[in-house]
Design a protein around this ligand. Structure first.
Ligand code: SF4
Length: 303
């Protein structure tokens, strides 16, 4: 193992450009990857193998962007028509910023693109059937939140929306846009929301009153109310998970864990569970345990 790898395993992400010792960080997506399948974690966070976004993922990215922009409008203007009018310009912006999304619809496939944009509009219809954004005043949208636990691990992630009542109660809202069966992802979705609840509790001293999942395809709402005792237990779980990631990295041992989620995995071709061969473990090791915010993975690789 290289010195850099040893440092990372020891809990220090090396920074070769400055004499800065940063804490290792963990996002809900990467933590859930390891829980779902250690080999999937390795492919994404250590090998950093590219994944071509699917149409479901691209649609999720687009719908999240539209819902974020919708709240830039005055409350009376937050209608379904306003949201529909945001779809095309937001797609054009995303296609420039993330060319891999634009690549889903090659030249001459305008019918496919039109169908894709129409399907985004359908999902937004699901949103409007479960919420009236004219009556909401979100405190934060697409907000990066982070906290340090166990004195050495930075846990961080982006919440779709945070609502704060006049009494100071917090409600964390997450939009689920995937076309995959909801039950296949629900445990992972709740893991993600508890992760955010823990960060908010540790940084603001308030346990969120409600963790809310909005399933736009099904037009359903799933509310969950955590308590402090549960979050203490969840924190212990995260610390244990991080130690397991460190141990697996030191041993270069990330095993496949087949499940129904394999159907959405981009890496079957190199997975032994599907007859594939795992590539050699990278020698120059940096571990990407936190998200970039470029691509929505919910409902496909993650709920
Ligand atoms: S195909 Fe399944 S077992 Fe293999 S890496 Fe992907 S999620 Fe893991």
């Amino acid at each position: 193992m290289t010195e850099a790898a040893a440092a990372t395993v020891a809990g220090i992400v090396p920074d070769e450009t400055a004499e800065v010792r940063r804490l290792p960080s963990l996002s809900p997506s990467r933590a859930a990857d390891f829980k779902t399948c250690p080999l999937l974690f390795r492919f994404r966070s250590i090998d950093r193998l590219p994944e071509q976004p699917s149409a479901d993922q691209a649609r999720g990215t687009l719908v999240h962007a539209v819902l974020e922009k919708l709240f830039d409008h005055a409350s009376a203007e937050r209608t379904e028509a306003t949201a529909a009018a945001l779809i095309a310009p937001q797609w054009e912006r995303l296609a420039v910023e993330q060319p891999e999304l634009a690549g889903l619809f090659a030249d001459g496939e305008s019918d496919q693109l039109a169908g894709f944009l129409a399907s985004a509009r359908e999902l937004l219809g699901g949103y409007f059937s479960v919420e009236d954004p004219r009556r909401l005043d979100p405190a934060e949208r697409e907000a990066l939140i982070e906290a340090t636990i166990d004195d050495q691990l930075l846990i961080r992630g982006y919440v779709d929306r945070l609502d704060i009542s006049p009494a100071g109660d917090l409600r964390v809202v997450d939009y689920k846009t995937g076309g995959a069966p909801r039950e296949a992802f629900e445990a992972r979705a709740l893991f993600q929301l508890k992760f955010y609840a823990l960060v908010l509790w540790r940084t603001r001293g308030v346990v969120p009153r409600v963790l809310r999942l909005l399933y736009l395809k099904d037009a359903q709402v799933c509310d969950y109310s955590p308590d402090a005792e549960e979050l203490v237990s969840f924190e212990r779980t995260l610390i244990a998970l991080w130690r397991a990631i460190e141990a697996a990295t030191a041993a270069q041992d990330f095993r496949p864990k087949p499940s129904k989620l394999c159907a959405w995995c981009s890496h079957q071709v190199r997975c032994p569970a599907f007859g594939g061969e795992v590539p050699p473990f990278p020698q120059q090791l940096t571990v990407a345990t936190a998200d970039s915010r470029q691509l929505r993975l919910d409902g496909v690789q993650q709920p």
